[in-house]
Design a protein around this ligand. Structure first.
Ligand code: PAF
Length: 287
């Protein structure tokens, strides 16, 4: 356990003051943007940031821009007190916890939209979601001005969108992808896992099992289309699972992997609903 003196602030001005001070001291700033309800996945991002930077800034902000009208913005789990303690124990130096008024004092009319990579997969079932993510991440980058920012690979499309945004707009931030953290049975950690009933939680392991199936089939040279079909059949066998998508795409371009050449990176990506809970997972590999 690393215990730093955690400073919690909730205004942009306070962040700027802090950043100005540590910049003057020549410190390298690592940034972990989150929506809170922290779990081991977030903690692994802080650890990666600690290892590579002198100062770690974390934001906790449930960003309304990235939720659709019928999504879970209101009921998204929140526990700031617990998060503060976890962040302090993990070694966060500055915790930025703005409210919606601080981030969006007026109607937002300036947004960031990353075409193409935002469009398939979650972009299809959550229209506008990645515009909301790109906009808030860009805004947080302007506030924190980090040298490096750390993102989990569970949100593979989010990572592709942010990397492309940073490249296209020449944002001087290094984007550091960090491995997916899983429960002992393979379920990828997510703040939304708390929504699952015990029976849904049991069946949700099928996401990981289907990715392991993909790995085994790929090793035997099974064509990608057939792998996708077998994954789909495995998930459909769980009575509570309702498939949003099961796809294989080139990564990070997120275009069809049908004609992937040897040596190209591909991503098996899944979104599956269990009741009101939508879970995502993926496996990125090289063909
Ligand atoms: O991955 C998340 O938690 C969010 O999408 C992010 C990057 C913090 C933006 O709100």
């Amino acid at each position: 356990m690393v215990t730093t003196q955690l400073l919690q602030v909730s205004t942009i001005e306070e962040v700027r003051k802090y950043i100005q001070r540590v910049r003057k001291e020549g410190k390298r700033i690592g940034f972990v943007p989150t929506m809170g309800y922290l779990h081991e996945g977030h903690i692994s991002l802080v650890q990666a940031a600690r290892a590579a930077c002198d100062v770690v800034v974390m934001s906790i902000f449930v960003n309304p821009l990235q939720f659709g009208p019928n999504e879970d913005f209101e009921r998204y789990p929140r526990d700031l007190e617990r998060d503060r303690e976890l962040a302090a124990n993990a070694g966060v130096d500055l915790l930025f916890t703005p409210d919606v008024k601080e981030m969006y004092p007026r109607k937002v009319v300036t947004t960031v939209s990353v075409a193409e990579v935002s469009e398939p997969l979650c972009g299809k079932s959550r229209p506008g979601h990645f515009d909301g993510v790109a906009t808030v991440v860009m805004k947080l980058f302007q506030i924190v001005q980090p040298d490096a920012a750390f993102f989990g690979q569970k949100d593979a499309q989010q990572l592709a969108v942010i990397s492309r945004m940073v490249e296209d707009l020449s944002v001087p931030v290094e984007i550091v992808p960090c491995p997916i953290v899983r429960e002992a049975d393979g379920l990828a950690l997510s703040s939304r896992n708390v929504y699952l009933t015990p029976e849904e939680r049991k069946q949700a392991v099928v996401l990981f099992r289907s990715l392991k199936l993909a790995e085994a089939l790929l090793a035997t040279g099974t064509p990608l289309r057939e792998i996708r079909e077998q994954m789909t059949a495995m998930i459909k066998a769980e009575p509570l699972a309702e498939i949003d998508y099961v796809e294989v795409m080139k990564y990070p371009e997120l275009v069809s992997a049908e004609h992937a050449e040897k040596g190209e990176r591909i991503c098996f990506a899944l979104a599956v609903r269990f009741g009101r809970t939508r879970l995502i997972d993926n496996w990125i590999t090289t063909v």
